[in-house]
Design a protein around this ligand. Structure first.
Ligand code: UDP
Length: 371
């Protein structure tokens, strides 16, 4: 049997693509290297708790089309991400807002906060921030940079803040209001019952084969379909022939604890340089600590996240979008453009620090060019 599309990878890009072309009457086969669907949004149920197996995923978007689309497959709860930063035992609100400024400097009004930030950014003359350090100081001053950004960022990226692109820190809002909502998004939440269930809904009625390594059997699979949608790392597709793109990987140490509450919040970031993990996720709080019947869950599951440089065999999580890697990616992209029957999409195939909604938007766009 021949398919119109072979989709490699069942994460959000692949699942969205497969869902929509299938709905348009095309035949589609989805393959995934892992024993489950969902890519890194996969959640696994442990003692009634949906554990975000490959790191926490909080859906947020300003894109109404994307929001309406995902709501066809899941009901989203009202979870709002309000991470806490722990700097050597001092607790700060994130993102950077009036609660953070009050705790840091004792200021109580927006004017006082602005004055404090201005004083600190003036002391550090910046003419157009060229890197993450300059961008951070120009946004929030040196105290916040030193306590809440520098250590976390250097652990997360394994690089000096001066060697990282400024855009990474612009993901975080800076607010002169008392508002701990991490995202500037109109819509936000976690799919009730977990992301796995949502992706399974998207793939309903579609032929999915798991534990399949496409690149190992490329010619056999290519012969099965008119077009390929490839969502795995772009450099792997080309056998790394131009060299390796750099990624950051993450190792999770997950524990089931016999207590109802470990840290009182879904996300606690450890922003000092010495603590070896970047953050601890307490998964039950993404769903308010309740089971589906609304009962309090007696146990809890936590994951400590350790960031590391990716090496062959590891799972890639974050592209490192510095100049060196962007240059190499541009060369791979040129090769990709010559693959007329292959669509490269998603965080790994486009080497982009995409959020979930951006991945879905990109996939919707790719589909619209097909049908
Ligand atoms: N960041 C930081 N301190 C924090 C949280 C984030 O300095 O407490 C910086 C860090 O450089 C990080 C970036 O902001 O890589 C983006 O953080 P985000 O929470 O968006 O990362 P993700 O959830 O995608 O890992």
């Amino acid at each position: 049997m021949r398919f119109d599309y072979l989709v490699v990878g069942s994460g959000l890009y692949g699942a969205t693509f497969a869902n929509l072309v299938h709905a348009a009457g095309k035949s589609v086969l989805v393959v995934d290297k892992r024993p489950h669907v969902g890519g890194n949004v996969y959640t696994e149920r442990v003692k009634g708790i949906n554990v975000h197996k490959y790191g926490s995923h909080i859906f947020h978007t300003n894109n109404k089309v994307v929001w309406d689309y995902v709501n066809r497959f899941a009901t989203f709860n009202r979870f709002t991400n309000s991470p806490v930063a722990n700097y050597k035992g001092e607790i700060y609100s994130l993102p950077f807002n009036m609660y953070t400024f009050n705790r840091m400097w004792g200021v109580t009004t927006p004017e006082e906060a602005v004055a404090k930030i201005d004083e600190q950014r003036k002391a550090f003359v910046i003419t157009g921030p060229k890197n993450l350090e300059e961008q951070a100081i120009s946004l929030v001053g040196t105290d916040i940079y030193e306590k809440l950004i520098k250590g976390y960022t250097e652990k997360q990226w394994g690089r000096d803040c001066k060697d990282l692109p400024a855009f990474i820190i612009k993901r975080l809002p800076v607010r002169l209001t008392f508002d701990n909502n991490y995202f500037n998004a109109l819509y936000q939440g976690i799919p009730v019952g977990g992301y796995t269930k949502m992706v399974e809904q998207m793939l309903e009625g579609i032929d999915v084969r798991l534990d399949v390594d496409y690149l190992e059997h490329k010619s056999e699979f290519d012969a099965l379909a008119e077009k390929v949608v490839y969502t795995a790392p772009i450099d792997a597709y080309f056998g790394y022939k131009l060299g390796y793109l750099e990624y950051r990987s993450v190792r999770f140490e997950t524990e089931l604890l016999d207590k109802p509450n470990f840290q009182g919040n879904a996300v606690v970031n450890y922003t000092d340089r010495e603590t070896p993990w970047t953050r601890i996720i307490e998964h039950k709080w993404f769903e308010f600590g309740k089971d589906e019947q609304g009962n309090d869950l007696p146990k809890t599951v936590i994951s400590r996240e350790y960031s590391s440089e990716w090496k062959p065999g590891d799972e890639p999580y974050y592209p490192v979008n510095d100049d060196k890697n962007e240059g190499l990616y541009a060369k791979y992209k040129k090769l990709a453009e010559q693959e007329k029957n292959v669509i490269f999409g998603g965080r790994l195939a486009e080497y982009k620090y995409y959020d979930m909604d951006q991945v879905i938007a990109a996939s919707l766009d790719a589909v619209s060019q097909q049908i």
